[in-house]
Design a protein around this ligand. Sequence first.
Ligand code: FES
Ligand SMILES: [Fe+2]
Length: 476
Amino acid sequence: MNIETGLLQPGQARCPAESTQEIIARDARPAPAWAASESYEYLGSQDITKDRYTEASFAHAEFEKLWTRTWQVACREDQIAEVGDYQVYDIGPYSFVVVRSDDDEIKAHFNACLHRGTKLKPSASEGFALNIKCPFHGWTWNLDGSLKEVPEKWDFSHFTSGKTCLPEAKVARLGGFVWINMDPDSPSLEDYLGEEALAHLKAWKLEDRYIYLHVQKSYPANWKLTMEAFMEAYHVGDTHPQVAPANGDVNSQYDIYGDHVDRFISTLGVVSPKLAGKYSEQDIIENFTMGDSSAMGGGKPQLKEGERARQVMADMFRGMFEKATNTDLSAFSDTELLDTYSYTFFPNLFLFPGISLPMIYRFRPDARDHRRTIYEVMFMRPKPLTGPVPENASVEVLADHQSFAEAKGMDPGFGHILDQDTDNLYAQQEGLEASAKPGITLGDYQEIRVRHFEQAVDKYIAMDAKLPDWTRLQRG
Ligand code: FES
Ligand SMILES: [Fe+2]
């Protein structure tokens, strides 16, 4: 039974080569249950309309319906470790001062003065403050959002006798992240993610990591199109041909969990099924590229008779990485160490919690241009066993013409991979606008994350607008 004969039922299509689970099952250090499991679901085969990528009105609807209702990562908890530390999280037209207001309390205040509306803290800024003071006339709030001072108060009794606190979004803490939601009626973050995805996130223990590299660049495409460039490994052979000799691409595994989370697992240290027979196990070693290659020192081992590249890389990487970064990886299975685990947390977060490619991606639409996306890449490392935890890296913003490989601390080979993805996005955004075809076509299996993601978008777009409601967000 195969796809050519037309005998498969919808959703049964799979790469005929060895599966991800079969590859993982041969590892010396066995995978935990949540890795050694599958959760694919067939969600239909219809085309996805292109207006969602090309129309400014669609982006406008998203700002009124989707971004105002969903849980989003605003920053890392460690980035606001001390009382008074703050980070500004901007999402489209909205902006929040996310501040540690007490030892165990974090607030997300709408970043706008209640006098004449001035932004209280500049967009994309971070810092430390004893209170939140407007630069225009000096109205000032305490860190918890209660009013501290109105200069010439005698002129504003009509204000001070009413609601004076800064409105705030809901805040949750999970995985070392600070999440916010503008909707007072939203489900809890736990319910939003669902039991199974929550268990995965907790198992990765991302609160035990820190960010050692943070790079941002503006991409010339709609935010959904940009995200979708990273949701499948189907493009690896043609877009990143240098990776295929050491990457199980078209036999990657795809899973979905509820409405808001999905993932793929793409194995490393094995050859692409498309190149089967063309590369030896030693060739796989020679072609191995890692996002966090700092520990490898450029050396590539020579395989002995009967050794498999994947296992040798796992064993070698484990030892060298532990030594180079003063960490303990004994609890990690080979697949967690080596493979690319990519999770989408709807709407705009990707987590790659594996150790060899340990990243966070965050995507934010440009408020003024539905064809532009602010894309951030953060690399994580486990916190060292002893000694101080390094500070989270500050963001390095790249100009449009710059290569990701120019970012300080970026593995040049990996920077080049990200550049290859950008080049496609120029062509894809413009191609969609030029196309006579009203939609895009998706593979039933390899592109299930794209379909799953767009179905969640559609779910929110079908709802009524829900703008931040002053009367409900204000504590009095
Ligand atoms: S606008 Fe903020 S104090 Fe006047
Ligand atoms: Fe890519």
